[in-house]
Design a binder for this molecule. Structure first.
Ligand code: TMP
Length: 211
């Protein structure tokens, strides 16, 4: 039996990590076997790549290096963790995935859809989310929250205009794939966001179990 692959996406400080934990608790209480993970990261090798990507000292990193490192981390993550968990029938909850590359390296840095499509395919081998929860939030609110969390990583230090392109990129992507990508209002209360997330996930589970 094949599992269910759910990803959380959004701009900095949108609250997706909190919501992922809440959804894990909810699904486990319902008796589901859940694996939680994140990108970049999720395995020892991919976490090492994450360190390189997010280290604020790496100001010399070029856009192509950045793009390929995100995809390299993803390839290892799929190979070592996501694909095996899905093959065991588990629900995988992943904090960011390939849509982040489309938003950050595509809309943010300017890489075109063809190159991203090919790299995504190479990195994922076609393993793709069944459902993506895009927690949408005004970037000024999100960046302010991220600032309060402490030391800012290399991506968080990008200009406001970059983060605005990222948000616009996520919304444009969601508009092209409304079946897979659900836009959730990230400015609502934590409880209201959690309720919206649960409703969308239950709908997805019901559709899968339908005859
Ligand atoms: P996080 O802070 O939400 O864990 O995400 C790490 C940072 O990496 C965040 O600034 C978004 C960025 N990122 C990309 O630029 N491209 C990607 O493909 C992924 C997965 C994350």
């Amino acid at each position: 039996m094949s599992g269910l692959f759910i990803t959380f996406e959004g701009v900095e400080g949108c609250g997706k990590s909190t919501q992922l934990k809440g959804l894990q608790t909810f699904l486990e209480a319902e008796g589901h076997a859940v694996v939680t993970t994140r990108e970049p990261g999720g395995t020892p090798i991919a976490e090492n790549i994450r360190e390189i990507l997010l280290d604020p000292a790496n100001t010399a990193m070029g856009s192509t290096t950045e793009l390929l490192l995100y995809e390299a981390a993803r390839a290892q993550h799929i190979h070592e963790k996501i694909a095996p968990a899905l093959a065991e029938g588990k629900i995988v909850l992943c904090d960011r995935f390939a849509d982040s590359t489309t938003a950050y390296q595509g809309a943010g840095r300017g890489f075109g859809p063809e190159v991203l499509h090919d790299l995504h395919h190479m990195a994922t081998g076609g393993v793709w989310p069944d459902l993506t929860l895009l927690i949408d939030l005004d970037i000024t609110i999100g960046l302010e929250r991220a600032r309060h969390r402490g030391r800012q990583d290399r991506l968080e230090r990008e200009a406001v205009e970059f983060h605005q392109r990222v948000r616009d990129g996520f919304l444009a992507l969601a508009a092209t794939e409304p079946e897979r990508i659900a836009i959730i209002d990230g400015d609502a209360s934590i409880e209201a966001i959690a309720a919206a997330v649960q409703e969308r996930v239950q709908q997805c589970l019901a559709e899968r179990n339908a005859p």
